[in-house]
Design a protein around this ligand. Structure first.
Ligand code: PEP
Ligand code: MN
Length: 334
């Protein structure tokens, strides 16, 4: 960290700051020119609060040298993290594809979709039993009954199951059924939920918040990791912009950017990013082309009847087409 003092900073103020920093265990290197004074701090700067330093009227700027996400960042963990879920490895060159309906609706629906996505080569099954809906009057999910149906679909297909956990109250219940727990975009900064996820032994898919910067996204992963769970899969699912043609704007630049900053696997959900089934395959192909470790895709055999997100769900035949296309792209990229 470097503290840039204002040109008129009195020497006693600079000395006071230097003392405060050395008392906190840092080495301070002062560098003075005709019009500036810089204080270079070496050591663990995590214990002081940047805003306290900035509150000093003679401090011009604070420049961070290291990223604040120590566990999620590449600096102290340069090699890629690979997360194993049964026979599936997330973080490898072979893309992992998590597919299934937005919501678990009934047994026939879930089993039909699960078998279809499995035969097209999906690696995990998704389906929401607790749904974060914008309107309280929309379908909220089947709750535990939905989790039981996911378990049945897993028994029939062998696909590990991914399902969303919305709060700390239902965490133990969802955790007891899921192979991978999803924390949705709306909960990306639900810190008590992130901390609970950090105490879980199960891998977590953390979706990027609707208006979260890449740094905020990685700091949320840091919350989970700081409680002891290092199995975090990041998921770019589109962010809010001025554009209303698509549901969100898929930020594909986040994929190579996150791969530079973090060792954690990063997957892409084009379904929630665009909200339109016709755009899902092109965006899925683009995601694999920019190096995503996998995809999350909503699939429904009768999207016109779907209780949620029918407009962005691929029919099984289109999903099959997409799988063939992304496998070709993956061969070229890797
Ligand atoms: C979902 O995956 O079902 C979902 C609600 O996604 P998001 O949190 O990205 O909106
Ligand atoms: Mn959905």
């Amino acid at each position: 960290m470097v503290i840039v003092m204002k040109a008129n900073a009195p020497n006693e103020v600079i000395e006071r700051i230097e003392k405060k920093m050395t008392d906190l265990g840092c080495q301070v290197h002062r560098s003075e020119g005709a019009n500036y004074c810089l204080l270079g701090l070496v050591g663990d700067t995590s214990r002081f609060t940047e805003s306290q330093i900035l509150a000093n009227e003679f401090v011009d700027r604070v420049i961070r040298v290291q990223q604040p996400f120590k566990l999620a960042g590449r600096m102290f963990h340069p090699e890629d993290t690979i997360i194993k879920i049964g026979n599936v490895e997330v973080g490898q060159n072979t893309p992992c594809v998590i597919a299934g309906p937005c919501s678990v609706e009934n047994e026939e629906q879930l089993l039909t979709i699960a078998k279809a996505v499995k035969s097209s080569g999906a690696t995990m099954l998704r389906g929401g039993a607790f749904k974060p809906r914008t309107s309280p009057y929309s379908f909220q999910g089947l709750g535990e009954e939905g989790l039981k149906l996911l378990q049945k679909a897993k028994e029939e297909t062998g696909l590990p199951i991914v399902t969303e956990v919305m709060d700390t109250d239902t965490f133990d219940l969802v955790e007891s059924y899921a192979d991978v727990l999803q924390i949705g975009a709306r909960n990306m900064q639900n810190f008590p939920l992130l901390k609970r996820a950090g105490r879980s032994k199960k891998p977590i898919i953390l979706k990027r918040g609707l208006s979260a910067t890449i740094e905020e996204f990685l700091m949320s992963a840091e919350y989970i990791m700081s409680e002891g769970n290092s199995q975090v899969i990041l998921c770019e699912r589109g962010i809010r912009t001025f554009e209303t043609h698509t549901r969100n704007t898929l930020d594909l630049s986040a994929v190579p950017a996150i791969k530079e900053l973090s060792h954690l696997p990063i997957i892409v959900d084009p379904s929630h990013a665009c909200g339109k089934w016709a755009l899902v395959e092109p965006l899925a192909k683009a995601a694999i082309a920019v190096g995503a470790h996998g995809l999350m895709i909503e699939v429904h055999h009768e999207p016109e009847q779907a209780l949620s997100d029918g407009s962005q769900s691929l029919k099984p035949k289109r999903f099959d087409h997409m799988m063939k296309a992304i496998n070709e792209i993956s061969k070229v990229v890797n």
